[in-house]
Design a binder for this molecule. Structure first.
Ligand code: UDP
Ligand code: MG
Length: 167
């Protein structure tokens, strides 16, 4: 069964010009890109994306990080990858959350760092399950921005445009 996964190339990776390296590592899989865009992350989107960390002491720092406030790059590259075992394939390539614990051959192990404040700057986000992937993809992409119909959607008329929204 094919799965979809949200991947974010985070602001530290963009500042370090790592986009090519990261995409090239992921291209070693047989996964297909079915959506891609550059996003200026709003505080609202960041808070929704990291809602599971709301009570953590580092929540504010992580919101600042994904919004690009630490890196002078107020953007991320958002991608949806699709294929068999996409979650486990991409989580394995990404490596552990803590870049110091991540295997050095993984993306986070190779390129991540821990800041003096203790924030894990780990260059990439990867959904951790099929369920979180669905929640996250619906938050970051509209149905029209994906080339595969992943989840139920419906059409809506907005002014003169016909658009699709998630059900
Ligand atoms: N994070 C951190 N310190 C922690 C845990 C998480 O700085 O102790 C940051 C890190 O950038 C991580 C993000 O918060 O990628 C989201 O945390 P999560 O537990 O969801 O880890 P992930 O799914 O990214 O591996
Ligand atoms: Mg996570």
């Amino acid at each position: 069964m094919k799965e979809a996964v949200l991947v974010l190339i985070k602001p530290d990776a963009l500042q370090k010009s790592l986009t090519g390296n990261i995409l090239s590592r992921i291209s070693s899989t047989d996964l297909e890109i079915i959506g891609a865009k550059v996003v200026k992350v709003s505080r609202e989107l960041a808070e929704a994306h990291y809602a599971h960390l709301k009570d953590k002491p580092f929540f504010e720092d992580v919101i600042d990080y994904i919004c690009g406030n630490q890196h002078g790059k107020h953007k991320v590259i958002a991608l949806v990858y699709y294929g068999e075992n996409a979650v486990s394939q991409l989580r394995t390539l990404a490596g552990a959350t803590n870049p110091e614990e991540a295997d050095p051959t993984t993306i986070r192990g190779a390129y991540g760092r821990i800041t003096t404040k203790g924030v894990y700057e780990n260059v990439i986000h990867v959904s951790d399950s099929v369920e979180s992937a669905e929640r996250e993809i619906k938050m970051w992409f509209s149905p029209d921005e994906l080339i595969v119909d992943l989840y139920p959607s419906r059409t809506m008329v907005e002014g003169t445009r016909v658009i699709r929204i998630w059900e």
